[in-house]
Design a protein around this ligand. Structure first.
Ligand code: ADP
Ligand code: MG
Length: 279
């Protein structure tokens, strides 16, 4: 099965406390996610990104349409465990995701709940801590760590469940630039190791590091393509109140001055390579 996630005409409406439906948060979205891919989802606040993400790991169930994870319909309660196991989630605030007073206990929390043997738990905790470059800090208290370190512990907790896919919902929003960079490096490393990544972000330079960018607006998918395809449509992107990555903006300005920067260039390395060979 090449597609790990299949979303068919998904509609999601929140309900008020008295049971009335609110406005539509996700409005007729259909898309598939390829196994092993790295997809970024961007869109202004309230565009439905988090609601879409929660529908993927069955934290929310569709009001209309269907979501399949590894072929399992998220509405099938008997498969809830497999679905959550396949598609793990990392949220914005690391403090809300850490539960223990020692780093390694925190990472062990998920595997313990799976009822695994102590030896297997130990193995997974160590592996996961290595995966996020936090093994040295395993005996520390999470509250003494930096934001980027805490978020990496939260990621280790999800990695310890051996998910095939991880959905990150603005994982760097509360971090300083150094913490953001640490977390992005881990996300890219996990992807290289074969984990399917869905990254919701409001940082355009992070989105540019994915192999696919989806733009949502008012609950709908407005654009879907490679970062170069999506960000080269600068005017349309800006019309949805989004920025373009710095390099795309710079390329546009250089083009106006007569330097023919190709539209495929979206990151600093590519820009440097191009300019150094430009005569
Ligand atoms: P995003 O993650 O893109 O900022 P959300 O998925 O959080 O967007 O929100 C989409 C829409 O659903 C918004 O209009 C938001 O106000 C509404 N919404 C989000 N969460 C809830 C909730 N728990 N109850 C009611 N409405 C909600
Ligand atoms: Mg959100």
């Amino acid at each position: 099965m090449e597609d790990i996630i299949k979303i068919e005409n998904l509609v999601f409406k929140y309900r008020t406390d008295d049971g009335n439906e609110e406005e539509t948060a996700v409005d007729d979205v259909s898309l598939t996610i390829k196994r092993g891919s790295f997809t970024a989802i961007i869109g202004r606040n309230g565009s439905g990104k988090s609601t879409l993400a929660k529908n993927i790991n069955a934290l929310l169930l569709p009001s209309g349409g269907a979501v399949y994870v590894n072929g399992y319909n998220t509405a099938d309660e008997s498969k809830l465990w497999e679905i959550r196991q396949t598609a793990g989630m990392v949220f914005q605030n690391p403090d809300n995701q850490l539960v223990s007073s020692i780093v390694e206990d925190d990472v062990a929390f998920g595997p313990e709940n799976l009822g695994l043997e102590p030896g297997e738990i130990r193995k997974r905790v160590d592996e996961s801590l290595y995966a996020v470059n936090m093994y040295e800090e395993r005996k520390k208290a999470p509250h003494l760590l930096s934001g980027g370190q805490k978020q990496r512990i939260a990621i280790a907790g999800v990695v310890a469940m051996r998910p095939e896919c991880i959905i990150f919902d603005e994982p760097t929003a509360m971090l300083d630039p150094h913490g953001r960079q640490e977390v992005m490096e881990i996300i890219e490393k996990l992807n290289r190791e074969g984990i399917t990544i869905i990254l919701i972000t409001h940082f355009m330079d992070e989105a540019a590091r994915a192999d696919r960018v989806i733009i949502m607006d008012r609950g709908k998918v407005m654009m879907d393509g490679t970062p170069a395809e999506v960000f080269s449509r600068q005017d349309e992107v800006r019309a949805m109140n989004l920025d373009v990555p710095f390099v795309v903006e710079l390329a546009g300005r250089l083009r106006k001055r007569g330097i023919p920067i190709p539209e495929s260039i979206i990151n600093e390395e590519e820009m440097v390579d191009y300019l150094c060979q430009y005569k």
